[in-house]
Design a protein around this ligand. Structure first.
Ligand code: UTP
Length: 287
């Protein structure tokens, strides 16, 4: 069955980016001139997703406004003859069908996914986390979809991370099938490096079968007292095969301040309009 729908859970509290995220969403932090969430919506659309549901919470209204039409702003841009900007603003509200549901309490990522169950129904679906920005020749989600079409099971995006950093991620044990595709045999959320079964981290892109929902509905709180998606996927892997895909591309963890800074520099150095000036500035600062 074709994967048409995607869940964007954005109801987390964004504590690593306080105070910037006290009253405005982490996903609206701007990387150069676009909010983080727009990069990720563009990736979903480029991968063929037709409908998106945001799982939102308090302080997240700016996300709805960002993807809505804005007649006042559009009139103003039209009057001033700013046609390129007008087109960019209009494209935003026409990009894809977007729906919203509230997670009333931030009980964890697994719980956030469960909040979108009625919208998804009995179809496979994608989950994209708005703070992982992935710069890739083939959109990361499309890479996962290709694995899904071939193996017909849930697929997790994986990244090899430095051993000492594995405790920040969900971690998997795997049997390799090809260089980039593997079957997941075990999962553990944020293990101590000594207890980690590998250095393969689960990052913020998932393709899941709807069999995850009854498991999530029964899932007890795990690490940090939160209902963990990783715990539910581990149980799913006992019932059906779950695959991992070592995606090709560069991931930026923009939920983290240093990761966000690095992403800004990398993306700026790729933009024709200021890459030369910016590179010259950086060279000047560093010598
Ligand atoms: P994180 O673990 O990154 O948490 O959530 P966070 O709240 O966004 O950020 P920090 O760590 O406190 O700085 C992973 C993803 O799951 C969503 C978040 O919005 C983020 O996209 N999430 C998390 C929810 O939607 N609901 C929750 O209850 C928890």
């Amino acid at each position: 069955m074709k994967v048409r729908k995607a869940i964007f859970p954005v109801a987390g509290l964004g504590t690593r980016f306080l105070p910037a995220t006290k009253s405005s969403p982490k996903e609206m932090l701007a990387l150069i001139d676009k909010p983080l969430v727009q990069y990720v919506v563009e990736e979903a659309v480029a991968s063929g997703i037709e409908q998106i549901i945001f799982v939102t919470g308090r302080t997240k209204r700016a996300i709805e406004d960002h993807f809505d039409s804005s007649p006042e702003l559009e009139n103003h841009l039209a009057e001033k003859g700013k046609d390129d900007t007008l087109q960019a603003v209009r494209e935003l509200s026409d990009m894809v069908d977007i729906y919203y549901v509230r997670q009333k309490k931030a009980l964890g990522l697994g719980h956030a996914i469960l909040c979108a169950r009625d919208f998804i129904g009995n179809e496979p679906f994608a989950v994209l986390l708005g703070d992982d920005i992935i710069d890739a020749p083939t959109p990361c989600l499309k890479q996962l979809l290709d694995v899904y079409e071939h193996y017909k099971g849930s697929v997790l995006a994986l990244e090899q991370v430095p051993h000492e950093q594995i405790s920040s991620y969900g971690c998997v044990a795997v049997n390799r099938i090809t260089d980039r595709v593997m079957e997941v045999t075990d999962m553990v959320e944020k293990p101590q490096p000594a207890e980690a079964p590998s250095d393969l981290a689960i990052i913020g892109r998932y393709l899941l079968t709807p069999a995850i929902f009854p498991i999530l509905a029964q899932q007890q709180p795990g690490r940090g007292g939160e209902i963990q998606l990783t715990d539910a996927i581990k149980r799913l892997s006992h019932d059906e095969a779950v695959y991992g895909c070592l995606f090709e591309g560069q991931r930026h963890d923009c939920g983290d301040k240093l990761g966000f800074l690095k992403a800004t520099v990398d993306l700026a150095l790729k933009r024709d309009e200021f890459k030369d000036d910016f590179a010259a500035y950086l060279r000047h600062r560093l010598c």
